[in-house]
Each structure stands twice: as structure tokens, then as C-alpha cells.
Write a protein that binds this ligand. Structure first.
Ligand SMILES: CCCCCCCC/C=C\CCCCCCCC(=O)N[C@@H](COP(=O)(O)O)[C@H](O)/C=C/CCCCCCCCCCCCC
Length: 218
């Protein structure tokens, strides 16, 4: 059974998040929802440690994580073991509002799509962090990654609020320290290991959603 509650005050550990995303994929390259959600949980813990200005983002992420946990714990929970089985189950049973909002505002496919779009932001942000110079600003890297990914799906007001929150991000070195991994060189090495796995999970999900024409679920 999947976890039923979110703990938001445990200490962030980048290696733990890395391991979770690593364990997301089955031998057949299917994405295990419990692991995917656990990866997000770890990231949310990290974001919470950065300050309350991020709480509106955190709240949204937590509510989406909780929807996925509830689906896993529901009577059809086994259908939500992987993203692939979820897509098949929800499409076969007409449980997704594909073109306009309707009676399934909390479908697994819709909810996971929001996290999937955020995973692209994460990929772009981490790649910038990995290749950044000592004097690079995390707020700029974060904002650029956001503009290239999530921003196109958000209304103006959310974009403005997100932009303000990014300005509160600590500098690159402090940010690396909060990651709790070791020296900046060790952080860069960890990011180099994590990124291909995150990219693979992203691409597999993207291809699956594209195949079923699900990338625009409202
Ligand atoms: C190695 C670690 C370093 C990086 C750690 C990053 C930690 C990030 C943790 C969580 C990211 C939050 C993911 C947010 C999911 C947003 C999903 C979404 O798009 N929701 C919108 C649409 O939902 P529906 O209305 O259609 O249901 C919703 O409107 C959004 C509301 C909140 C604003 C979201 C702004 C997202 C900015 C992402 C950047 C986070 C910056 C964190 C900085 C470390």
C-alpha cells in the first residue's frame, strides 16, 4: 500500500531523491508511480526548507501528490502501479476529461501531467545548476528553466508569484549547502548522475502521453 500521509519536515537528502528516481523504472521501462511520487515528496521537503515564500508552490505539489497516493490506496489501486497501467485503465474506462474539464477533475492522467510538466522544469534547472559558474544566480537559472517549461501552462498571476518566489532563492553556494551532499564538486557530480535518470523518466512519460494524445489534458 502507498503512503497515506505527507511528512513535510523530514530533512532533505539529495542522494535519497536520486535513488528514488533511479528506482522509478521497471525492467520494461515502465514508471512506478509510488517511486515517482516519493521522488516529488523528497523535492517538496527540500523546497520547504527554503522558506515559507514557497508554500503556495509546495501546497499545490502536495495536493497533487496526495491525489496520486489516494488513487494508489483506492479500490483500483493496483491499476495505478505504473504510469503505463494508469493510462490504459483510465482511458479504457473513460476516466479522463481529455478535451474539456468535466466529471474527472482529479484523474490520475491529469494530475500526473502537472507533475510531469514540473519534471521538465526540474530537468532544465538542474542542468543549469550543474553547468553553472561560481557567480551564477540560482534565481536566474530557476526563472529561465521556468520560462522554458512550466510558465506556458500558468496564468499571468501564477507566473508573477513564481517569479517573486524565485528572487528569494539563496545564492548558488548556500543552495548547494542546503542540498547536504558535500563540496560543490560533489554536488555537480551527483547532478551529473541524477540528470540522465530524470531525463529518461521524463521522456518515457512524454512519449506515452503523446502517443495517447494526452499532453493537453485541461
Ligand atoms: C536537487 C534539488 C534541487 C531542486 C529542488 C526543487 C524542488 C522543487 C519541488 C517542488 C516543485 C514544485 C512542483 C510544482 C508543481 C506545479 C504543478 C502545476 O503546474 N500546477 C498548476 C496547475 O495546476 P491545476 O490548476 O491545473 O491543477 C497550479 O496552478 C500551480 C500552482 C502553484 C505554482 C507553481 C509554480 C511552479 C514553479 C516551480 C518552481 C519551484 C521552485 C522551487 C525552487 C527550488
Amino acid at each position: 500500500m502507498a503512503d497515506t500521509a505527507m511528512s513535510v519536515d523530514e530533512k532533505f537528502c539529495l542522494s535519497e531523491v536520486l535513488d528514488t528516481f533511479k528506482s522509478c523504472l521497471t525492467e520494461n521501462k515502465e514508471v512506478i508511480i509510488d517511486k515517482y511520487v516519493a521522488g516529488w515528496r523528497g523535492l517538496v521537503r527540500f523546497m520547504n526548507s527554503l522558506g515559507s515564500i514557497f508554500s503556495f508552490i509546495s501546497k499545490d505539489a502536495v495536493s497533487k501528490i496526495q491525489i496520486m497516493v489516494n488513487l494508489r490506496n483506492g479500490e483500483n489501486g493496483e491499476q495505478y502501479f505504473t504510469i503505463q497501467s494508469m493510462v490504459k485503465y483510465e482511458l479504457d474506462n473513460s476516466l479522463v476529461d481529455i478535451t474539456k474539464r468535466g466529471s474527472h477533475p482529479e484523474s490520475g492522467c491529469r494530475t500526473l501531467l502537472r507533475l510531469h510538466r514540473a519534471l521538465r522544469w526540474l530537468e532544465l534547472f538542474l542542468e543549469r545548476l550543474r553547468t553553472s559558474a561560481e557567480d551564477s544566480k540560482t534565481s536566474v537559472m530557476c526563472s529561465e528553466a521556468y520560462s522554458e517549461s512550466l510558465a506556458q501552462f500558468h496564468p499571468w498571476l501564477i507566473q508573477k508569484a513564481a517569479g517573486m518566489a524565485f528572487c528569494a532563492l539563496p545564492g548558488r553556494l548556500t543552495f548547494f549547502e542546503v542540498m547536504n551532499v558535500g563540496s560543490p564538486e560533489q554536488v555537480v557530480a551527483m547532478l551529473g548522475e541524477a540528470l540522465p535518470l530524470i531525463s529518461e523518466v521524463y521522456q518515457i512519460t512524454e512519449d506515452l502521453y503523446a502517443k495517447h494524445d494526452l499532453l493537453g489534458i485541461p
